[in-house]
Design a protein around this ligand. Structure first.
Ligand code: SF4
Ligand code: SF4
Ligand code: FES
Length: 241
């Protein structure tokens, strides 16, 4: 079966404006979009740029926009799309393009760093050679958040980031903060909650749920954000009605 791909191309150092190239690929219904991109790069145009590594939804490097929705190319199959028409492949939104489908993730990782206190407590350190025990229930409080693979699909889809407040640290960063704030071994949770209240922090989230819809690891990102908001209100603003 022949499948057509319309792919965003742009080399900012060389091109005046982006363009789209169309490629035809022999593919089957269960081929992954990443397989098709690999065929294009290996057999038709070696200059096509995109990131990939594990090809199994683990490394988070091949986040891109497929038919308008952020996704991992290695997790999406040809049959997930209307393959009788062209499948449109574009870079993740919001981030500057380095080349073709490769984006500069600096802003994403700045958000991830911004959630930590200046002097951070090391969760993994064991005191007096004793392990730090945690019950299954305590661990379950942040189990969802540690599934995050830093793919940035959520941040590149969040309407606040895209349309209202580009400085917002983004859903993945708030989710990362939730992972520490709800970890029973962490002693600086209050400091971390205060950081969340800084401008462009947690209160910039308007609960649009877009992050949850696109997350390839099916993390309930918005629930984690809401949970963190409630905890901040309870612990930092107990008098709020
Ligand atoms: S729930 Fe919040 S962080 Fe997630 S997409 Fe909506 S506004 Fe953005
Ligand atoms: S929360 Fe989901 S979409 Fe966002 S970076 Fe983590 S894995 Fe990717
Ligand atoms: S290539 Fe690693 S997540 Fe897709």
């Amino acid at each position: 079966m022949e499948v057509k791909f319309k792919i965003f191309r742009f080399h900012p150092k060389r091109d005046k404006a982006p363009r789209y190239d169309t490629f035809k690929v022999e593919a089957s219904l269960n081929d992954r979009i990443l397989d098709c991109l690999n065929k294009i790069r290996w057999e038709q145009d070696g200059s096509l740029a995109y990131r990939m590594s594990c090809a199994h939804g683990i490394c988070g490097s091949d986040g891109m926009t497929i038919n308008g929705v952020a996704a991992l190319a290695c997790q999406r199959l040809v049959k997930d799309y209307d393959y009788a028409k062209e499948i449109l492949i574009e870079p993740l939104q919001f981030f500057p393009v380095v080349k073709d489908l490769v984006v500069d993730m600096t802003r994403f990782f700045q958000g991830m760093k911004a959630i930590h206190p200046t002097i951070e407590q090391n969760v993994s350190t064991t005191k007096g050679r004793k392990e730090r025990k945690q019950t299954v229930e305590e661990h379950a409080q942040f189990e969802d958040a540690i599934k995050c693979i830093f793919c940035a699909c959520c941040t590149a889809s969040c309407p606040v980031v895209l349309e209202e407040e580009p400085e917002f640290i983004g859903p993945a960063a708030v989710l990362r903060a939730q992972r520490y704030i709800f970890d029973s071994r962490v002693k600086d949770a209050l400091d971390r909650m205060k950081i969340m209240e800084e401008p462009h922090g947690i209160w910039s989230c308007k609960t649009y749920f877009r992050c949850t819809k696109v997350c390839p690891k099916r993390i309930k990102v918005t629930d984690a954000i809401l949970q963190t908001k409630s905890r901040i209100l309870r612990e930092l603003h107990p008098d709020t009605p």
